[in-house]
Design a protein around this ligand. Structure first.
Ligand SMILES: C[S@@+](CC[C@H](N)C(=O)[O-])C[C@H]1O[C@@H](n2cnc3c(N)ncnc32)[C@H](O)[C@@H]1O
Length: 204
């Protein structure tokens, strides 16, 4: 899904914002891109620097000014991070600032429609569908996945409005799980409902 939106990554100057341990940043370098990575966690950035020493990594809080020059990137990528950030307006405005004109912001998130809904199962425990409720209600949830994270649930239209207010035009939204399989094993029931969503937006 995210790789489809980054088909043109070769030779592009890309910022991987919220890069974590740099695994995806390194995938982008393998596609031939010139990539910088930044993350709020010094621990992750130390791991990334050690593992991928040919990439420029920085500690940077995405709720503050990005530590990069104006008009310096062709693409800003933000994978599975924006739903963990309370106020994304600064990040969107800062992305628009560091992007060249007509530059691209590509971000993925857990899918806001389905993430908080539980799977309904049959008597054998087979996962059938998800029951969605309270979709319009913004809420926060503390998750313990690889450590504690605050998850901010916001409807898709909320993101569309925030993007518009920061001067972005949505070029494409993808919910296709196909090339997620490059990263994580996907079970058959997980292919019936989009678990992730990818936005590709142009900075005007
Ligand atoms: C789920 S991980 C995704 C990491 C990586 N992008 C990936 O796809 O594997 C979310 C990342 O967001 C980072 N993060 C959360 N809040 C942040 C903030 N305010 N500023 C910078 N990074 C932040 C976390 O440190 C973590 O590395």
């Amino acid at each position: 899904m995210i790789l489809d939106a980054l088909k043109d990554a070769q030779d592009k100057h890309i910022l991987d914002a919220g890069c974590g341990d740099g695994f995806f940043t390194n995938t982008l370098t393998k596609l031939g891109a010139d990539v910088c990575g930044c993350d709020g966690s010094k621990k992750f950035i130390d791991i990334a620097k050690k593992e991928f020493c040919n990439v420029d990594f920085k500690v940077c809080d995405l709720t503050k000014e990005l530590l990069y020059e104006d008009n310096s990137f062709d693409i800003v990528v933000c994978s599975l991070t924006l739903m963990d950030i309370d106020n994304i307006d600064i990040f969107l405005k800062e992305s628009a600032r560091v992007l060249k004109k007509d530059g691209k912001l590509v971000f993925t998130m857990v899918h806001p429609c389905f993430f908080q809904a539980e799977w309904e199962t049959n008597d054998d425990g087979k996962k059938l569908y998800k029951k969605v409720y309270n979709y319009y209600e913004q809420n926060t949830e503390i998750l313990n996945i690889w450590g504690y994270t605050t998850h901010y649930h916001r409807p898709i239209s909320w993101y569309a409005k925030a993007l518009k207010n920061s001067g972005f035009v949505i070029e494409c939204i993808s919910e296709n799980p196909d090339n997620l399989e490059n990263f994580v094993p996907i079970k058959p029931h997980q292919k019936k409902i989009p678990l992730f969503i990818c936005f590709s937006c142009i900075s005007r």
